[in-house]
Design a protein around this ligand. Structure first.
Ligand code: HEC
Length: 142
């Protein structure tokens, strides 16, 4: 290991472009960062499509800023209409769903199919991989 470190610093200039000094990770060395990201990290990136309308902050915390949609903090496993201070549509109030994996997956695919007349103006995410990543990220919001 010491030898490797010394060789690394001696050859730093020559091998800098090959990723010397970075973590020994084949995927990182080839620049394939998607392969080293966890599903939650990919979900966080994909969540940018949701973040224009949804906060991920605790709605009960001081300084919480209400956005167009309700915060999705704590949404995983909760009942539909889970933010007490948010003015949901009648459709969402009557929906009586539990936001588990299957229900979230269907809702994110096509919100209007699951909650007809929902006020969530989002056409849907067709990519199943992205939906799974978003749901994995939602689970971390607690
Ligand atoms: C254009 C704004 C907008 C976008 C984009 C959007 N949403 Fe929403 N979302 C809303 C609104 C508004 C509601 C409340 C709907 C209602 O009351 O009918 C909502 C409700 C929800 C709910 C129900 C929350 C609860 O408390 O029951 C979930 C879950 C949800 N959105 C997830 C997502 C996810 C995940 C994405 C991204 C893939 C997303 N939304 C994108 C506006 C949006």
């Amino acid at each position: 290991m010491i030898n490797a470190v010394r060789a690394c610093s001696l050859l730093a200039l020559a091998v800098a472009a090959m990723g010397c000094g970075r973590q020994d990770n084949g995927a990182a060395a080839t620049g394939d960062s998607a392969a080293v990201r966890t599903i939650e990290e990919r979900g966080r990136a994909a969540f940018s499509a949701c973040a224009i309308c949804h906060s991920t902050k605790d709605p009960e915390a001081p300084g919480y800023a209400q956005m167009v949609g309700p915060s999705l903090f704590g949404v995983y496993g909760a009942k539909s209409g889970h933010v007490a201070t948010y003015d949901y549509s009648q459709a969402m109030r009557d929906a009586n769903l539990t936001w588990d994996e299957a229900t979230l997956d269907r809702f994110i695919t096509r919100p209007n199919d699951v909650v007809p007349k929902t006020r969530m103006a989002f056409v849907g995410e067709a990519d199943a991989e992205k939906r799974a990543a978003i749901i994995a990220y939602l689970k971390t919001l607690k």
